[in-house]
Write a protein that binds this ligand. Structure first.
Ligand SMILES: *Cc1c(COP(=O)(O)O)cnc(C)c1O
Ligand SMILES: [Zn+2]
Length: 466
């Protein structure tokens, strides 16, 4: 094999055949590729020629880049296939927002820019309301890559195809993870595909319904831990060590190798033209780490000429990485996490050192956004017909905030990663539109209207709306 595991703290080397997640020194491990020999093997043309291949492994948007993921015998690969997610160029066109149909009792505020401009009750519209998503966000050259279009509805599938493949190669019979939901959904599905037992640890009462239903439906043994994600994470680590189960949290370096393909695929879709910014939500920091490593490797291999800047966005109530960033990463912070965006409700992110490295490589930064900003941004993404779960909208809200702060320029090319599907968290979405989320005042609620079953009632409800 032409790759090994290397500790990012002390540099110690380990063989990939060994089951281990950390160095003896406690440091995190990287899959280290032989970049010198890869330089001879890979090119943009190699990957472009595989586009449109209908057979595995290249039909997968992960394994299309297999030299840069894991150079395995293709018969070993466990794939749905995953990836091949759309890159949207949201319209700048003006359109009428659905919230102009709202009949929820006013007054409600339209958006951060409209503070003080109150709209009374139903029937009124505002120019600002009808802005296209990219105008609203403030950049013309905006791209959204929708990772919610993966087989189980989140980017986690890109890591799981590699992690579960590795579990099989190592001869493991059971796999486990702690999860805020999407990792468990993905693990359950890929374990079923591979014929492995799956055990998932979820924080009781803190997981969105779409995700919980997937873990149960795909047949994972689901343990609802009384405690938060960070507690479940400690418990699954102990369990895997004691019971010889393969751990598939993002501490596992093989998962991050798969997640690198989000960047590879986005760049390929952009004709290998590097954006100025890549903006993503940040929870356990696996994806931030994977993006940094992907970009570092592409640059080293000469596949891109310059680095985009990474912007990792956290929820204000779950912002340990943001706090560390403010302190120049002198100190690793942790918090007790609270946010409506359950996928990033993490107080002590496992991949912290790898993510710090990713930001150094890319001259990156960290932003934070409130739950109000997250849910209003989600409403705009949803109403554009694209849709995403709350954590994904954090990236959109963060991009908007960075534009308003003139950190991101209005003329720059901005790629925002939507990490999960709209249907993952129906409670958050419906709660928003019914104005039933505690502490939030939805700016773009699209309230349903109850009517009598008569044509007159329909006409009255649609008055001035057609
Ligand atoms: C896992 C997840 C995140 C957070 O990614 P990390 O790698 O933990 O930082 C964000 N959004 C969604 C939808 C996720 O499933
Ligand atoms: Zn070490």
């Amino acid at each position: 094999m032409d790759f090994k595991l290397r500790c990012i703290a002390c540099g110690a080397e380990y063989l990939p055949q060994e089951i281990r997640y950390n160095c003896d020194c406690g440091g995190l491990l990287d899959v280290e590729h032989d970049l010198d020999s890869l330089r001879e093997q890979v090119s943009r043309e190699l990957f472009d020629n595989r586009l449109g291949d209908l057979a595995l492994p290249y039909a997968s948007g992960v394994w299309r880049y297999r030299e840069l993921i894991l150079p395995l015998d293709e018969r070993a690969i466990v794939s749905r296939p995953e990836g091949n997610t759309n890159l949207y160029r949201p319209s700048t066109a003006l359109r009428r927002g659905p919230w102009s149909f709202g009949t929820c009792p006013g007054p409600f505020v339209l958006g951060p820019k409209d503070q003080g401009r109150q709209v009374q009750g139903p029937g009124q519209d505002s120019g600002h309301c009808s802005l296209g998503l990219s105008n609203w966000l403030g950049v013309d050259d905006l791209y959204l890559k929708h990772e919610g279009e993966n087989p189980t509805g989140s980017f986690k599938d890109r890591g799981m195809t590699v992690g579960v493949t590795q579990a099989k190669l190592l001869g493991c019979r059971a796999v486990a993870c702690a999860s805020t939901g999407n990792t468990s959904a993905s693990l359950a599905a890929y374990a079923a595909l591979a014929g492995l037992s799956a055990i998932v640890f979820v924080p009781q009462g803190q997981i969105a319904f779409g995700k919980l239903s997937q873990a149960l439906a795909y047949g994972a043994k689901t343990l609802q831990v009384r405690g938060d994600f960070d507690t479940a994470m400690r418990l699954v680590r102990q369990t895997c060590d004691e019971l010889g189960i393969y751990l598939l949290n993002s501490v596992n370096p093989f998962r991050l190798e798969g997640q690198k393909s989000i960047v590879f695929e986005a760049l390929q879709q952009l004709g290998w033209e590097v954006p100025d910014w890549i903006v993503l939500p940040a929870g356990n920091l696996g994806n931030t780490s994977a993006f940094g490593k992907a970009l570092y490797e592409l640059k080293e291999l000469g596949l891109i000429g310059r680095m985009p800047r990474l912007a990792a966005v956290q929820a204000q109530g779950a912002n340990p990485f943001y706090r560390s960033f403010l302190g120049g990463f002198q100190q690793r912070e942790s918090v007790e996490a609270r946010t409506i965006a359950t996928a990033i409700r993490i107080g002590d992110p496992v991949s912290y050192p790898r993510a710090v490295r990713a930001l150094r490589w890319t001259d990156g930064l960290v932003a934070e956004v409130t739950d109000q900003e997250i849910m209003d941004a989600k409403a705009r993404v949803d109403a554009a017909g694209i849709g995403c779960e709350p954590a994904s909208a954090a990236a959109v809200a963060g991009a908007k905030k960075l534009v308003e702060a003139s950190v991101i320029g209005r003329k720059e090319k901005v790629l925002v990663i939507l990490t999960g599907h709209l249907l993952k968290d129906p409670q958050a979405t419906v709660g928003y539109h019914l104005e039933k989320l505690a502490g939030l005042t939805p700016a773009y609620a699209n309230c349903p209207v109850a009517i009598e079953p008569t044509l007159e009632a329909v006409q009255e409800a649609l008055e001035g709306r057609l």
